[in-house]
Design a binder for this molecule. Structure first.
Ligand code: B12
Ligand code: SF4
Length: 365
């Protein structure tokens, strides 16, 4: 490798990364992640719910060597997507989209920019090898972000940067270059605050820093395949795709500046989606709504399922709502058909509304 000292190389790599528009850049050594044991416990406790891919590549997360042979450094980058304006209030017909998914798909944004960074690094040090990753390699990204000094892992499990907050997405450039690492972020700044734990309406945090995906709205609406599990019924709390509740209440996000990246800026169609319109849309319209965004992860099937569940839980048997649900009862996708039939049955009073306690009348005095 070149004769340049590691600190000079680090400074140059960071300069190149900042020039590509990354809000956060830090360097971690390619060591085994300190949270690996905690990750295995998390898996063993069933907290990954139906995300079987988390189990499949579990062992590979023990060391970044599994993603790049000879890796010596992990360059961690972050981009802020914090919106500049508050969300409009929800209505009985709308469903919210998590903020990270409102702009262009962050994977695409990160891959493109990290690919450029890889090109620059390999041009500057032609004998080096590197690999750009954002959710594409089995890497505990938040652990490396903390090791790279970008912030602490908070009680809501998010990586929080003191100035930028937690509305960030993370990516990494693994490289066999010997770079001077940054000091890890050893302190935490949650203090005695428990706002996120208290605000989570489904009690998804079994302990500070531990999220049980079996109870998480984000998991249900994005990752869960098939009909929603019973415990999710009537409990999506306005969310059509993803969930930001544990970030919305965090004081560190109140103080942070809005993100400035145009690629992650919200597309107004993906802030609060009209659920009746969504259910009435043809395939091409739905494809256009989600194309190029992270919303593709839930596919048409998950989105219409979530929309039907939200309308069901609102309990408003408005003729337009009933008509939109009716339209999808015989959908070719049985998950959509079943969710719409169930919502219709509830709204017509055939089934009791989900998620509400129906109390017997108290005995007459
Ligand atoms: C699986 C996954 C999910 C799952 C599970 C989330 C979870 N908390 O585990 C679901 C679908 C629920 C999810 C939801 C979201 N996700 Co997600 N997700 C991932 C993914 C692919 C893997 C995370 C993982 O390994 N989880 C297993 C747990 C055990 O690991 P961990 O939470 O990272 O925890 C580590 C630390 O806590 C560490 N640790 C260190 N010290 C301590 C101390 C204690 C006491 C404990 C207990 C643990 C601990 O141990 C763990 C292992 O390293 C990562 C990408 C990646 N490759 O890392 C994105 C990622 C974490 N997700 C991200 C985002 C944006 C979200 C959402 C905000 C999306 C949304 N709005 O709906 C929510 C946030 C929910 C939340 N509070 O986590 C970002 C987070 C960026 C950030 N600033 O932190 C990531 C990094 C994707 C990216 N490339 O940007 N996600
Ligand atoms: S809401 Fe409070 S406890 Fe939760 S992550 Fe933010 S500072 Fe930490």
């Amino acid at each position: 490798m070149s004769d340049q000292p590691p600190d000079r190389r680090s400074a140059e790599v960071k300069r190149l990364a900042r020039a590509l528009g990354f809000d956060l850049v830090g360097i971690a050594p390619a060591v085994s992640p300190p949270g690996f044991g905690s990750f295995l416990d998390w898996l063993a406790g069933g907290n990954a719910a139906g995300m079987t891919y988390m189990h499949t590549h579990a062992e590979a997360r023990r060391h970044p060597e599994s993603a790049l042979e000879g890796v010596r450094s992990v360059v961690m980058v972050g981009l802020s997507y914090k919106p500049g304006t508050p969300d409009p209030p929800s209505t009985l017909r709308t469903g919210k989209v998590a903020r990270y998914a409102r702009g262009r798909d962050y994977h695409k944004v990160l891959w493109k920019r990290l690919g450029r960074l890889k090109g620059h690094v390999e041009a500057a040090w032609p004998e080096s090898r590197s690999r750009a990753v954002a959710d594409t390699a089995p890497l505990l990204e938040r652990d490396y972000a903390r090791l790279a000094g970008l912030g602490w892992i908070a009680k809501n499990t998010m990586l929080i940067h003191r100035q930028i907050g937690s509305y960030t997405v993370l990516g990494a450039l693994l490289t066999d270059l010997d770079l001077e690492p940054d000091a890890p972020h050893e302190s935490t700044h949650c203090g005695t605050c428990t706002r996120c734990l208290d605000a989570c309406p489904t009690d998804a945090f079994s302990a500070p820093g531990r999220l049980d995906a079996r109870k998480c709205i984000s998991y249900w609406t994005i990752e869960h395949r098939g009909p929603l599990p019973d415990e999710a019924e009537g409990r999506l709390h306005d969310w059509l795709f993803g969930c930001d509740i544990c970030q919305e209440v965090c004081p560190w996000n109140r103080k942070s500046p809005p993100g400035t990246d145009p690629e992650l800026a919200a597309d107004p169609r993906r802030v609060a989606v009209d659920l009746v319109e969504l259910l009435r849309s043809d395939d091409a319209t739905i494809a256009a709504l989600i194309r190029g965004s992270a919303m593709t992860r839930a596919k048409r099937s998950g989105l219409l399922r979530n929309a039907a569940s939200l309308l069901e839980s609102r309990g408003v048997a408005d003729p337009e709502v009933l008509d939109a649900l009716e339209q999808n009862v015989d959908d070719a996708d049985p998950i959509v058909g079943a969710a719409c039939s169930k919502a219709l049955a509830t709204l017509r009073g055939v089934l009791p509304p989900q998620g509400r306690t129906i109390r017997p009348h108290p005995p007459a005095p």
